[in-house]
Write a protein that binds this ligand. Structure first.
Ligand code: C2E
Ligand code: MG
Ligand code: MG
Ligand code: MG
Length: 281
């Protein structure tokens, strides 16, 4: 009996594994054509200066509308795109489209501040990745000083000197760099010093419970102090309540992002909400 159960469990496990693999393979197959079929779009999430309530930037966030499966979460399809070699192309499209959108907003009389773009490790590490990024930015005609590149700490584990050189050259042209999800990866203070990033983004994981968990509060506090000491701007992610925004403001956090202010939304909604003659609050 034990043997049968063991075997049944094994078969079940095996089937589940196979389904997972097929599922991934199907998704990757569809994802490879999603760009040309117009299924990928960008949503933009406002970034708000805590002291004034003003819009100071937007973060571009990829959205995939699958014709049969509906909306697929970035946390599901981006890792697949990264591991199956699709990310360099998708990533360049994100950069190009974000630049085009900035120009549309300009033409509509809306100044959104900076546009922040997430960039994967594979885009940094893959041979001409950074060079293509620079070409895309220069080809767009957008002033590099309105762009910000977000990357996670893990993107910079064993990053090469050539990549650092590209980052420096983008930086010299006015592109800002932000370290995303700070505190969740392999942070190193050497990396912070080496990269001279302009911003630290405190991960939602710490913001979520900071009002009730003294350890999370201490981490948030320390991160704000560290950033300030290094002359960096601090952004808190995942602010869902007014009390969290107040608390972060009192700690000296500069910028907030989260559902309390606004969820990611289509570009036209950004215009409707922050455009026009009315003050952008
Ligand atoms: P991220 O860069 O840390 O982006 C923040 C995520 O938090 C977004 O999830 C956003 O929708 C979500 N969020 C914002 N405010 C709140 C809040 O108040 N509460 C909660 N619960 N969530 C909030 P999203 O859009 O699902 O993206 C997930 C991740 O996928 C991003 O995390 C980023 O790592 C990655 N990603 C998205 N777009 C791109 C892209 O164009 N390129 C790359 N390489 N990665 C991307
Ligand atoms: Mg981000
Ligand atoms: Mg983040
Ligand atoms: Mg994240």
């Amino acid at each position: 009996k034990a043997k049968a159960a063991g075997r049944a469990a094994y078969v079940y496990f095996d089937d589940a594994m196979t389904a997972q693999v097929q599922n991934d393979a199907e998704l990757v197959h569809d994802l490879a054509r999603a760009l040309e079929l117009g299924q990928l779009t960008l949503a933009y999430q406002p970034q708000i200066e805590l002291t004034t309530g003003r819009l100071v930037g937007v973060e571009s966030l990829l959205r995939w509308q699958h014709p049969q499966l509906g909306g697929i979460a970035p946390n599901r399809f981006i890792p697949l795109a990264e591991s199956r070699g699709l990310m360099p192309e998708i990533g360049l499209w994100v950069m190009a489209e974000s630049c085009r959108q900035w120009q549309r907003w300009q033409a509509q009389g809306l100044d959104v501040g900076r546009v922040a773009i997430n960039v994967s490790a594979v885009q940094f590490k893959g041979g001409r990745g950074m060079e293509s990024m620079l070409e895309t930015i220069e080809g767009s005609g957008v002033p590099p000083s309105v762009l910000e590149i977000e990357f996670t700490e893990s993107a910079f584990v064993d990053v090469g000197n050539d990549t650092l050189a590209w980052i420096r050259s983008l930086s010299e042209r006015g592109v800002h760099f932000a370290i995303d999800d700070f505190g969740t990866g392999y942070s190193s203070l050497i990396m912070l010093r080496q990269l001279r990033a302009h911003k630290l983004k405190i991960d939602r994981e710490f913001v979520k419970d900071m009002m009730s968990d003294p350890n999370d509060a201490a981490i948030v506090h320390a991160t704000v102090s560290l950033a300030k000491t290094l002359g960096m701007t601090v952004v808190a992610e995942g602010i869902e309540e007014a009390a969290q925004a107040d608390y972060l403001l009192r700690l000296g956090c500069d910028v907030g992002q989260g559902y309390h202010f606004a969820a990611p939304m289509p570009a036209d909604d950004i215009l409707a909400r922050y455009g026009g003659a009315s003050p952008s609050a």
